[in-house]
Design a binder for this molecule. Sequence first.
Ligand SMILES: Cc1cc2nc3c(=O)[nH]c(=O)nc-3n(C[C@H](O)[C@H](O)[C@H](O)COP(=O)(O)OP(=O)(O)OC[C@H]3O[C@@H](n4cnc5c(N)ncnc54)[C@H](O)[C@@H]3O)c2cc1C
Length: 534
Amino acid sequence: MKSNKKHYCDVLVIGSGIAGLTTAITASEHGFDVILINKEASLEKSNTQYAQGGIVSQGHDDSPQLLIEDIMEAGDGISNLEAVTILASEGPSLVEDVLIKKSGIPFSRAETGDFEYAREASHSRRRILHCMDTTGKAIEKGLIDKAQKSKQIRLFTNSTAVDLLTIPHHSTNPLSLYREPQCIGAYVFNNGEEKVEMIFSSYTVLATGGLGRIYLHTTNPPCATGDGFAMAYRAGARLINMEYIQFHPTSLFHKDADGFLISEAMRGEGARLTTKDNVPFMDGYSPQGDLAPRDEVTRAIYEEMIKRGDAYVYLDIASYTTIDIKKRFPTIYEKCLSLGIDILEEPIPVVPSAHYSCGGVQVDTWGRTSLKNLYAVGEVSATGIHGANRLASTSLLEGLVWGVRASKDIAAHFDGEKPYKESEIPSWQPPEKEEEVDPALVQQDWLSITSTMWNYVGIIRTVKRLERGTADLRYLKNRIDDFYRKAHLTPMVLNLRSGIQTALIVADAAFSNRSSRGTHYIQISNRSDQRIEP
Ligand SMILES: Cc1cc2nc3c(=O)[nH]c(=O)nc-3n(C[C@H](O)[C@H](O)[C@H](O)COP(=O)(O)OP(=O)(O)OC[C@H]3O[C@@H](n4cnc5c(N)ncnc54)[C@H](O)[C@@H]3O)c2cc1C
């Protein structure tokens, strides 16, 4: 397990979604020597790959001010106006420059030849560029092609960042205690050789995406185990707004569906949510019925599930619409049919799913975290744009804008000086006697994390649920930490260690915040529930 392999670069980027790729490409254009890593076997594995709706730009009758107003409204009063203003004013020209001109992303066009701007919930204008319903795939492909052509970027797949290298923590020199703490790279597990290597970098950029996989139901792919939040937390960087987890109301409930999204547009076309015995229930929750806002629908579904002890509800389009379902929703039709559900004839089993983390590693308007020389971009970061809730299709744009800004800031400050002697930073020390990991134990621990998060730190929170959730997660974390220290490392073990740490961060944040706002909904039953223990 011991490895002495070391790599060196100016900028280390951890993650190859839109945020990481944009950072790497921009840094390479500034002449930096860049290493970009992804823990998966192929670069395109990311949340970005799954984005369907599109990316916010500027529509015809639109302006930065209108976008600012929409984002501030969605963020429920706690979005950071400075960051929102940057996103709205710089975003559209970066879409044009980086995605359209330099990377050739083929956004859908109308018959006139002009770009086709879509409109989504809570947007006051049509302003969303999309590539049919596979926008993320097209963006990933364009950016990966560009990164692969650059001689300045080394791309490492199957490389899992384990921990950020920081001084003084990783230095054997006691005098380093008197220096300002800073990040100098990362310990990275080579999944193929099963060895931990070191990457030394002048600047390190976390672009590790979200955390959906810590919940039982999620739209996020397997890579979203919250690694970046956990690494930043362990390195002492500041995290904020971690209680604000956005849930999507309807994902397909099926053992092989893996969080497949069922578009909210179906309800717009007449589909109704019903209980398992086919009774519509939304009218009992909102005067807008099935067309109530996303958060209300999500909570109503969850309440029905809890009340009836059901694992899912139905979304019935076959009985309620007059449109040509197959023509309007071809991807959903095909996906459901492949799993044996004919949506022309029968209702679709659906369940709400964890979708997006509004909080994260706190960064300033240039992507700088509270730890020197560590930046964070994309979903893992908290610029403050999303406040307590995210406006649809703004997250891809945020990754793009902050990817560019982080690299520009690095270029403005780079001096190439090493604040440490390499001999003072020890290689990875594996345990004396490594224990083989029993996958059944890891699976059970994951089940405990995801069901605890779902039931106690999920859509509707109460003080009692959170008390129990944080206690259970803390117990689990102690056990996993103990097991991690002795384990023969594998990607599975590393994901588990990140998952439990990030779950606890979210649960603690939710427990500390007794006011419902945006995506954080907490029922307070009596006065003692309002008290927060110091
Ligand atoms: C189904 C779905 C639909 C969506 N639709 C939209 C939409 O239409 N518009 C929109 O704006 N947003 C949408 N989103 C949200 C959006 O896709 C994400 O917020 C965005 O793509 C995040 O980009 P990112 O670059 O920050 O992270 P990601 O794209 O998730 O990339 C993170 C990368 O980090 C890697 N990584 C993680 N941990 C490690 C580690 N320890 N070591 C090495 N590598 C690591 C991952 O493998 C991955 O490559 C959607 C999300 C989902 C799940």
